[in-house]
Ligand binder design. Sequence first.
Ligand code: URA
Length: 245
Amino acid sequence: MDALKQLQYLQTLGIPVWVPGDFSPDFFGQRHVVSEAATIADIQTAQADDKPLSVQLSDDTRTLDWDALKARVQGCTDCGLHRGRTQTVFGVGSQNAQVMVIGEAPGADEDAQGEPFVGRAGKLLNEMLRAIGFQREEVYIANIVKCQPPGNRNPQHDEALHCSAYLQRQIELVDPNVIFAVGKVAAQNLLRLDIPIGKMRGNRYSYAPLDIPVIVTYHPAYLLRSPREKRKSWEDLKRLKSLAG
Ligand code: URA
């Protein structure tokens, strides 16, 4: 990406960037900013605990192709969330993506449009991705659950569990180099860890069923409420970029 453009994206994100006295676009070039080697703690693999990781990928979920999986999700009534949905929100983006972004659940905008991250938080997510050189269309975006929870509450454990087989199959089909877990709900459900997000950030985890690296970051909706934390999210984005391949 053009260095100047990257600077503009960072500024849009509200991330202060130190500009040397005589600004040279090279300073913001890939070598210096985007690909900067991240200092990442040792990979931590989610430990098995007493909660099942996913509903047994019983029947044939594991063999479904994209169309069949989408159709299965569209007809799903396995948990109570289906009662409140306008439509399911399956996922969007490149089926060969290097990066898979996983959020929490559809909100009202997503429920209306049938696509994840299309509201204000989605716009910020797009800017975050662009800051490290990815267009929205180049990544794959999905959520922990495919139906909007009532009143925008967090998905409950059993709801996430029912949807986890679908998500696991989506991850299998995309086979990304790295997963970007945005927000506490995504990170905790993917990794089965009950750790506050502030403590998860900065570590590199692995999505155990498929052994794919996971970078945890704050949810863009949280960043909209707490813009001071954007600086930390920039650190996470650099880690993501370094693993994207
Ligand atoms: N927040 C999420 O976590 N996912 C969406 O799709 C929209 C908002």
